[in-house]
Design a protein around this ligand. Structure first.
Ligand code: DAH
Length: 335
């Protein structure tokens, strides 16, 4: 028995895998021909005395082997688990390296276009600046020659901000409906000659559809000096639009009305065979110069303003303005 025990324990210790361990179990404890099982079975042929002596020994051996096998089996299992976890998780998987490109974030199409616009105007010596999204009634309307009750106010459905104690139009707040108020803010603190472009977010209290959003972006331009004329405007705006849409576009100028310019214009381009309205513009109205304490006899200027989404929709053939704000990466990933 002692020999069998020693031999079995050595074999168990040396077993490297569960299958080998199972073989050892069968060899010693197997129901049919297991060595220990056989020994137990042959007890019946022995004398009562021998039975009493050997029985407990063999049973003890059987219990010991069962226990040892069980412990070893658990060790092997744990070892196997350990092995599967024994990997460098900081190392990129073969699959990822070979098949998948690692994606990085990128700029929103509107940001890309806004950067392009800034670059074009900077190259023509314009300064780029931004203004507040919460504006006062004064800057958004009054100073731009749109006094209260002026019918032109209906051109801009406005989100008003509760300001009950406001007495003056400078204290009455709103979400700016266009970037034009920055014309006033800039001229108040600067003397001509000046040339600026102002990209920025604007708000309109409107129902949304394919071409309308409550929130969108505009770019505003202003150039003021002693002898600025529509010819200067034409050069600047055509240079700008050609840089965005290519040299082959055609231009169309039609009279229009905006309270802060006289004459007012609407500019359309012919792009891929279609005439498309791009922006409003005109020569700065004398009342606007008066509002910033410029003498209208001394200066002339032009101003223009358009929608950033409009430019992007035409350039990239995008059918619905709401796509820009959908957060849908299937859309943004195309740019
Ligand atoms: N602010 C106008 C709008 O939002 C667009 C515009 C028209 C701006 C004519 C101008 C301009 O500077 O001269 O509808």
């Amino acid at each position: 028995m002692k020999e069998i025990e020693a031999e079995a324990l050595t074999e168990i210790t040396n077993a490297k895998e569960e299958l080998a361990l199972e073989k050892i179990r069968v060899k010693y404890l197997g129901r049919k021909e297991g060595i220990v099982t056989e020994a137990l079975r042959s007890l019946k042929n022995l004398s009562l005395e021998e039975k009493k002596r050997q029985g407990p020994q063999i049973n003890a051996l059987k219990a010991k082997l069962e226990k040892t096998l069980e412990i070893k089996k658990r060790d092997l299992e744990e070892g196997k688990n350990k092995k599967t976890l024994d990997i460098d998780i900081t190392r990129p998987g073969e699959k990822i390296i070979k098949e998948r490109k690692i994606t990085t974030g990128h700029l929103h199409p509107l940001t890309v276009l806004e950067n392009e616009i800034k670059d074009v105007f900077r190259s023509m010596n314009f300064s780029v600046l931004e203004g507040p999204e919460i504006e006062s009634e004064f800057y958004n309307f009054d100073a731009l020659n749109v006094p209260p009750d002026h019918p032109a106010r209906e051109m801009w459905d406005t989100f008003w901000i509760k300001s009950e104690n406001a007495k003056t139009s400078k204290e009455k707040l709103l979400l700016r409906t266009h970037t034009s108020p920055m014309q006033i803010r800039y001229m108040e603190s600067h003397e001509p000659p000046l040339q600026i472009v102002v990209p920025g977010r604007v708000f309109r209290f409107e129902a949304t559809d394919q071409t309308h959003e409550v929130n969108f972006y505009q770019y505003e331009g202003l150039m003021v000096g002693k002898n600025i004329s529509l010819a200067n405007f034409k050069y600047v705006i055509e240079t700008f639009l050609k840089r965005i849409f290519g040299k082959d576009i055609e231009f169309r100028y039609r009279p229009s009305y905006f309270p802060f310019v006289e004459p007012g214009l609407e500019i359309a381009i012919k792009f891929r065979g279609k005439w498309l309205e791009m922006m409003g513009a005109g020569m700065v109205h004398p009342n606007v110069f008066k509002a910033v304490h410029y003498n209208p006899r001394d200066y002339r200027g032009f101003a223009f303003g358009g929608g950033l989404e409009r430019l992007a929709m035409v350039k990239y053939n995008i059918p619905d303005i709401r796509l820009f704000y959908s957060g849908d990466t299937r859309f943004t990933n195309q740019f």
